[in-house]
Write a protein that binds this ligand. Structure first.
Ligand SMILES: NC(=O)c1ccc[n+]([C@@H]2O[C@H](COP(=O)([O-])OP(=O)(O)OC[C@H]3O[C@@H](n4cnc5c(N)ncnc54)[C@H](OP(=O)(O)O)[C@@H]3O)[C@@H](O)[C@H]2O)c1
Length: 309
């Protein structure tokens, strides 16, 4: 009988693709979300069982993990990661769940000035001590950050204002991360204990990314390097992101400027057997993200999340 795999963050950028790939591989998938949405309905149509639970509520997580063999743990980039990790470990132990893939970050380290990134490091240690067989994935900045961080300014004035300096990274898509997670969960015994840095296929500066976006979207888009203070002030004024997330993005931008993200690995291809998506293909395939309708819906979602927090 096929095993049951629990996918948290199943409506998010990586969890959706992990769930979809696992369903394609024939697993039974329990997909976690807090509420019904178009994405939960899509997953249901693909064969997933939708489970409503809250990372920060132990009883709901214990209930959600019943009958589960393996899981993908991905907490959103918000406050509460360590509490959610502790709750996940307790709920997994209560249900004798033995195998897990954990979402972390490329710069994960103990002394990071971002609370989120240092908590990713601590969370990795907690999971390693839990008795669960864990594989950690540490992706670089997602390709999706192009529209999440710049979409409104691209539409308004053809500009990308970021504090990333002139440094480089190899952007990775949520889909490639999700497919890599599914590949690990398919054969976890080969990967237990690993910390995989996941990147896309090409090393790009923000100037390169602006050039690719200009060519694909057919209008001039320019990257304007700004200071971290200028970026934080603009983000506060826009009012979409929590203070926690603004502080986090400032600190990882500082890493970016300092070359911490200037890494490229072949791990996605080794795990999935497929080359990861390049930035040009990502923008071509996702033109709809750069439309007023999409960005308005995204802004409304961010404001609602902020108000609910
Ligand atoms: N963005 C980057 O460049 C980057 C780079 C490296 C690592 N990361 C890491 O990636 C992770 C985020 O992954 P992602 O982008 O795939 O996630 P995401 O798109 O932010 O989605 C997370 C999902 O979690 C669900 N959720 C939120 N709060 C919840 C709660 N209290 N209980 C249950 N579910 C909850 C939400 O679904 P519902 O609203 O449907 O419940 C949401 O769809 C973070 O840990 C971040 O540190 C990000």
């Amino acid at each position: 009988m096929k095993l049951t795999i629990f996918v948290t963050g199943a409506t998010g950028k990586t969890g959706f693709f992990a769930a979809r790939t696992l369903l394609e591989k024939g697993y039974r998938v329990k997909a976690m979300a807090r509420k019904e949405s178009a994405t939960t309905r899509e997953l249901q149509a693909l064969g997933a069982e939708i489970v409503h639970a809250d990372f920060l509520n132990l009883a709901s997580m214990e209930q959600a993990l019943k009958g589960v063999d393996r899981a993908y743990f991905v907490y959103p980039p918000e406050n509460g990661l360590l509490k959610a990790t502790a709750i996940f470990i307790l709920a997994a132990q209560a249900n004798n769940m033995k195998t897990l893939v954990n979402m972390s970050q490329l710069p994960s380290r103990q002394d990071h000035n971002s609370a989120l990134t240092s908590e990713h490091w601590l969370g990795e240690q907690m999971l390693d001590m839990s008795g669960i067989a864990v594989t950690h994935v540490r992706p670089t900045f997602f390709a999706e950050m192009l529209y999440l961080m710049n979409g409104a300014n691209i539409l308004r004035e053809g500009k990308m204002y970021l504090g990333h300096g002139d440094a480089y990274h190899a952007p990775i898509t949520g889909e490639d991360i999700g497919r890599s997670v599914a590949a690990i969960l398919d054969h976890p015994e080969k990967h237990e204990g690993q910390r995989y840095i996941l990147t896309g296929p090409e090393r790009l500066s923000q100037h390169d990314i602006a050039q690719i976006a200009s060519e694909v979207l057919g209008s001039e888009i320019q990257y304007v390097p700004i200071t971290l203070e200028q970026w934080a002030d603009a983000a506060k004024e826009a009012g979409l992101l929590s203070e926690f997330l603004i502080k986090h993005l400032v600190e990882v931008s500082r890493d970016y400027r300092n070359g911490v993200f200037d890494k490229i690995t072949t791990t996605v291809e080794e795990l999935t057997g497929q080359k990861p998506t390049d930035m040009r293909t990502f923008v071509e395939d996702n033109r709809s993200y750069f439309t007023p309708e999409y960005l308005k819906a995204y802004a409304e979602k961010m404001v609602a999340e902020k108000q609910a927090a």
